[in-house]
Write a protein that binds this ligand. Sequence first.
Ligand code: PXG
Length: 292
Amino acid sequence: MSRKIYINSEIVSEENAKVSVLDHGYLYGDGVFEGIRAYNGRVFKLDEHIKRLYQSAKTIMLKIELTPAEMKEAILETIRANELKDAYIRVVISRGIGDLGLDPLKCKNSTLVIIASKISLYDPKFYEEGLKIKTVPTRRNGPEMVNPRIKSLNYLNNIMARIEANLMNSPEAIMLNSEGYVAECTGDNIFIVYDGELITPPITAGILRGIKREVAMQLAEELGLNVKEMLFTRHDLFNAEECFLTGTAAEVIPVVEVDGRQIGSGKPGPYTNNIIEKFRELTQSTGVPIYK
Ligand code: PXG
């Protein structure tokens, strides 16, 4: 079945969902996006994703034609049009059709696209065995450049890192910030358990404020773990008891090896496994209902 796509207040078939080549999203990567998941008929953390979307747009002075409440309805409507219960939802807002030349004043209306699709799940063996990943040369761009808190259409920094990971046969890339501290992965935030505490880099390290990151921090506290946002280095990472990544695509996924160093026992650690279990319970039972 062809997907139904929301584009500028209409829902059309995939074949008819077209964006102009003069859209500045295409010409300059000028725009913002969100990646959202629905589980079991509910959209997980929808309000949080919408809030981050509007914050990204505000910072780049991109006007969204819909109010947040209308955006929420448009997202739900798109999922319903595709009759999905479990979904991956991509909301993309680009600067809109302009002229050649990067001045956004030339673009009168932003373009809104919502895609709701089936999710391709990660191989379950990754959750049982854990990932073996590597650090890459490309550094995460810092907040003094395009702030990583903006979920912008300009992902080349992370794509460069992903290419380097591919060259090293690594399924994800650990990116350091310009000072050499661990920042995040190309599409996931990173956590370590060190001396029995859960540590993750602070937002000021130059990272996306991941929504699953916040969920993992909350779940860890409920499990009695002390949670700290603190800078750490590869040395800390190599010597951590446990490591895991969080993100919309990967959810919570264990890491058992970094740059050839075994992490902890070399198997997903007990805290990580508990957080994964709690995370699954939460995604299956909470969120905004899609169908009345
Ligand atoms: N860091 C970066 C750089 C990301 O892009 C995350 C962390 C995790 O954030 P959330 O809010 O998802 O916990 C992301 C999220 C995609 C895709 O299509 C990428 C993300 C999310 C959804 C889809 O590659 N990145």
